[in-house]
Unconditional design. Structure first.
Length: 65
């Protein structure tokens, strides 16, 4: 990784660690499945899928919409 003069010094080690973790986790079936589940969860939450879940939990807990 080449250093950019405007990039803080702490960014490069963080990126290298993330790349190492990505490589290790995606190398196994468990890593691929967990990555797919996390990505799917983020996609559901970011697309407004969290609101219906909260509404359903509210109805179950309090019995009213």
């Amino acid at each position: 990784m080449s250093s950019n003069p405007r990039t803080p010094a702490w960014v490069e080690p963080v990126l290298q660690t993330a790349l190492r973790a990505w490589t290790l986790s995606c190398g196994t079936a468990r890593g691929k499945i967990s990555l797919a589940m996390v990505a799917g969860g983020i996609a559901i939450i970011s697309q407004g899928g969290l609101q219906p879940l909260i509404s359903a939990a509210w109805q179950i807990a309090f019995g009213r919409p």
